[in-house]
Ligand binder design. Structure first.
Ligand code: ADP
Ligand code: MG
Length: 451
C-alpha cells in the first residue's frame, strides 16, 4: 500500500517534528516531555498524539502545543490533538503486531517517568522533620562520586519523598546532562518488567536498566510480594551497586519493615543511608505555607490564616497545600480577600475530616481506661491475660480505625513485631464472633473513638 500524494507520511513527519523540537527545547527537556509522546491515530489532516499520563499531556498541551502545532502544519497536517495513552499492558488480548512494535520502541526510549517541574531543591522547605533527608538528597545530587548506596528515603504519604527524588534528578540532569538518570515508580518498574516478559524482551530490559548512572525507584513498597519482579529488581540493584552507580529508593516505611519483601532485599536496602522523613511539625507547616503563598504570587494572605491552617491541617503536606490552594482559588473566583472566617467556611469538610482522625494513642488511652489497666501496659512486655487481652483489643482497633500498617502499629505497642499485631487482629476477630461481652466492649469503644 502506498500513500496517496495528499496523505502525509506520518512516521517521517513525526521524526522531523521531533528533531526540530529537540533543537528547540534541548536534550533534557526533550527527553522529559517529547520522547514519551507517540502518534496515536491519524487521518489525512489530523493527528492525535498520545502521552503516557494526564500530567504529561497537560504539561505538553500548555507549554508546547503551539510549537508542535506549527511544526505539524509545516508537514501539511492541520489539526493536532493530545490524548492520554491507555494503559495497554492491562489488556493484552487486543494487541496487534503494530502495537507490539510500538510498545517495544517505547520501552527503549521512555524508561524514565517525567519529572515534575515544581519539585526542586529550591522549592523544598527544610525543617527539623526533614533535614536529614534533605541533606542526604543534596549530597547525592551534588557529589561527583557515590556517597552512600543506596539512599533510602522513607516516610508517610505526602511528606516530600517524591519531591526530593525529582529534585535530585533535576539537579543531576542539569549539572551533568550526560549522566543517565532514570526515575520510576516501583509500579512502573514492574509494569515495564512484566511487559518485557510478555514480549520476550527481558535481555533488552536488563541492559537498559544496567546502563543507567542513577536509578531512582519511588514507593518501593509496591514491589513487595511480586516474586519475579522482586527477583529482577534485586539483580538490577546488585548489578548497579557493583558498578558503582547511584541508587535512590523511597518507601512508606523503613527497609526492615517492608513486609512482603524478601529478607535479602530488605537488608540490602538498608546498607547505605536510611533517612526518615518525620511527620511535619508546626514550624515546618507555617514555613511551607509561607513559601507556597510566595510562589503563588498571592498577596495579603493574613498570617492568622496561615497559622490557623498550620494548626488544623496536620496530616501531611499534600493536604496542607490542597487546603491553601482551595482558599486561594476561592478568593480569586469570588473576588473577596482572604479572612479567617472565609477559610473556615471553605474548608469545612476538610477540617472536620482532620479532626476525626483517630490516633493510636487515643485508642490505647481509651482501651486502658475501659479495662482499668495502666496505659504503660500497652507498651509493656507483660503477658498476663488481664493486660494482654486489652492490648490485643487496642491493636485490633488500631488496625480497624487508622490507616497505620501492621509494623507501625507494632512499633507503637512497645516495639512489637508485625506478626504479633496480625495475630492479635485475628484473635479478636475470632473472639468477637463467640464472645458477646467482648463484642459489646468493642462496639462501645468504637463508638466512643469515632464519636
Ligand atoms: P510523598 O512522595 O512523600 O507522598 P510528595 O513529594 O508528593 O510526597 O509531596 C506532596 C506535596 O507536598 C508535593 O506537592 C510537594 O511539593 C509538597 N511538599 C512536601 N514536602 C515539602 C516541603 N518540605 N517543602 C515544600 N513542599 C513540600
Ligand atoms: Mg510520592
Amino acid at each position: 500500500m502506498t500513500d496517496s500524494p495528499s496523505t502525509p507520511d506520518f512516521k517521517g513527519a513525526w521524526e522531523r517534528v521531533r528533531e526540530r523540537l529537540k533543537g528547540d527545547l534541548g536534550d533534557a527537556t526533550f527527553a522529559s516531555w517529547v520522547r514519551p509522546l507517540a502518534i496515536a491515530t491519524t487521518s489525512p489532516d489530523r493527528v492525535v498524539i498520545s502521552a503516557p499520563s494526564r500530567f504529561v499531556r497537560d504539561w505538553v498541551t500548555s507549554h508546547y502545543s503551539t510549537r508542535i502545532g506549527e511544526l505539524w502544519r509545516g508537514e501539511g497536517v492541520r489539526t493536532v490533538e493530545f490524548a492520554i495513552r491507555e494503559a495497554a499492558a492491562v489488556d493484552p488480548s487486543d494487541r496487534t503486531r503494530d502495537h507490539r512494535r510500538e510498545a517495544l520502541q517505547d520501552t527503549g526510549s521512555d524508561l524514565s517517568a517525567p519529572l515534575d517541574p515544581r519539585f526542586r531543591f529550591e522549592s523544598f522547605v527544610v525543617g527539623k522533620p526533614n533535614e536529614l533527608a534533605y541533606a542526604a538528597a543534596r549530597r547525592v545530587a551534588e557529589s561527583p562520586t557515590v556517597p552512600f548506596n543506596p539512599l533510602f528515603l522513607y516516610g508517610g504519604v505526602g511528606l516530600g519523598k517524591t519531591h526530593l527524588m525529582h529534585a535530585i534528578a533535576w539537579h543531576i540532569r542539569e549539572a551533568n546532562p550526560t549522566r543517565k538518570v532514570v526515575y520510576l515508580s516501583a509500579e512502573k518498574f514492574m509494569y515495564q518488567f512484566i511487559r518485557a516478559l510478555r514480549f520476550k524482551d527481558v535481555m533488552a530490559f536488563k541492559q537498559q536498566f544496567r546502563s543507567v548512572d542513577v536509578l531512582m525507584i519511588d514507593d518501593v513498597q509496591f514491589i513487595s510480594g511480586k516474586d519475579s519482579t522482586q527477583e529482577e529488581f534485586f539483580h538490577t540493584f546488585n548489578a548497579l551497586v557493583d558498578h558503582n552507580r547511584q541508587i535512590v529508593i523511597s518507601g512508606d516505611r523503613s527497609p526492615s519493615d517492608l513486609d512482603g519483601m524478601e529478607e535479602r532485599m530488605r537488608s540490602r536496602l538498608g546498607w547505605g543511608l536510611v533517612a526518615d522523613i518525620h511527620a511535619t511539625d508546626y514550624e515546618l507547616r507555617v514555613g511551607i505555607l509561607q513559601a507556597k503563598v510566595e510562589q503563588s504570587g498571592a498577596r495579603d494572605v493574613p498570617g492568622r490564616v496561615l497559622e490557623f491552617l498550620a494548626h488544623r491541617i496536620t496530616s501531611n503536606v499534600r493536604e496542607l497545600e490542597g487546603a491553601l490552594n482551595r482558599v486561594l482559588a476561592y478568593s480569586n473566583l469570588v473576588g473577596r480577600s482572604i479572612s479567617l472566617e472565609m477559610t473556615q467556611e471553605v474548608l469545612k469538610d476538610l477540617l472536620r475530616a482532620n479532626d476525626r482522625r483517630i490516633s493510636i494513642e487515643d485508642i490505647q488511652k481509651r482501651v486502658a481506661e475501659h479495662y482499668n489497666i495502666r496505659l504503660a501496659d500497652m507498651h509493656s512486655p507483660r503477658r498476663a491475660r488481664a493486660v494482654a487481652r486489652p492490648r490485643q483489643v487496642a491493636m485490633y482497633l488500631a488496625k480497624q480505625l487508622t490507616t497505620r500498617s501492621l509494623p507501625e502499629i507494632g512499633r507503637k505497642f512497645g516495639g512489637r513485631d508485625h506478626t504479633t499485631v496480625m495475630h492479635a487482629v485475628r484473635k479478636i476477630e475470632e473472639l468477637r464472633a463467640t464472645d458477646s461481652g467482648l463484642a459489646e466492649d468493642i462496639d462501645l469503644l468504637k463508638r466512643m473513638l469515632e464519636g
